[in-house]
Ligand binder design. Structure first.
Ligand SMILES: [Zn+2]
Length: 256
């Protein structure tokens, strides 16, 4: 008989399998992402069904197998993010962050640092923190996991790390104002937005303080991140498009 483990984890998503069973993707602290099979037997339903809701955090009693599917037998110490379940905006951001984690990380590879970053991001969303800021920070953090690590530290030409910077695809990162002429197709970023992106690349979400950002600066940060995701990562998640749609719908409602 397989040995049961107690693993702490965050539910990224679940989907129904056949009539009563579920497939549940959990980001575990010790084993990384693992897909679990949950049999929807009546006995288990009350206890486990609660725990496999998206964004739940719990200690799962798990039978983790090397090859093939792993199984969930039970759970304890369940924590759910109520705000993320009931607020459509927060739910959309949390769904996207979980989808990003699923796309960026390999299954069954431990990513303890990103585990904590995802956990903190859900905490922050639940606590009314600006969801765009949380999303942008985590998007920048996941770039490394996609094998894309733009140089946000220093100018790609001279190595200078202070001053005004812009983003250059040619140099795969920032270039300083003295070397703007080296790339005529640089992004012409708002310097404040560029500064914040550099800050985001080194910031830990558990150490984040209040950040107040003007809408136009926010728009520029979004432009850069979407540019990098399109050009270098090549990822377009439906959950991200949904966030953009939500904002458009909201604007339409305001106009009427
Ligand atoms: Zn330079």
């Amino acid at each position: 008989m397989a040995q049961l483990e107690e693993v702490e984890g965050i539910v990224l998503y679940h989907r129904r399998h056949r009539e009563r069973d579920f497939l549940v993707k959990i980001f575990t602290k010790r084993f990384g992402k693992v897909m679990f099979f949950v049999r929807g037997s009546k006995k288990q339903q009350n206890e486990l069904m609660q725990a496999i809701q998206p964004f739940s955090r719990a200690t799962f009693i798990a039978d983790i197998r090397e090859g093939g599917l792993s199984f969930l037998r039970g759970s304890k110490d369940l924590e759910t993010y109520r705000e993320l379940q009931i607020d459509i905006f927060k739910n959309a951001y949390a769904t996207y962050i979980c989808a990003l984690a699923d796309a960026a990380l390999e299954d069954k590879v431990t990513h303890i640092d990103m585990y904590y970053q995802v956990e903190h991001s859900l905490n922050l969303l639940n606590e009314e923190y600006d969801p765009e800021v949380v999303m942008n920070i985590i998007e920048i953090k996941f770039l490394r996991n996609f094998g894309v690590a733009p140089n946000f530290v220093a100018c790609g030409v001279c190595g200078k790390s202070e001053g005004i910077f812009d983003f250059s695809d040619k140099y795969h990162g920032i270039i300083c104002s003295e070397h703007f002429y080296e790339d005529l197709r640089r992004l012409h970023m708002n310097p404040k937005a560029m500064h914040l992106v550099r800050l985001y690349s080194v910031l830990k979400l558990d150490k984040i303080g209040d950040i107040s950002i003007k809408p136009e600066t926010q728009q520029e940060i979004k432009r850069l991140i979407e540019h990098i995701y399109e050009q270098s990562v090549g990822l377009k998640l439906k959950s991200k498009k949904f966030i953009n749609n939500l904002h458009e719908w909201e604007d339409t409602l305001k106009k009427d």
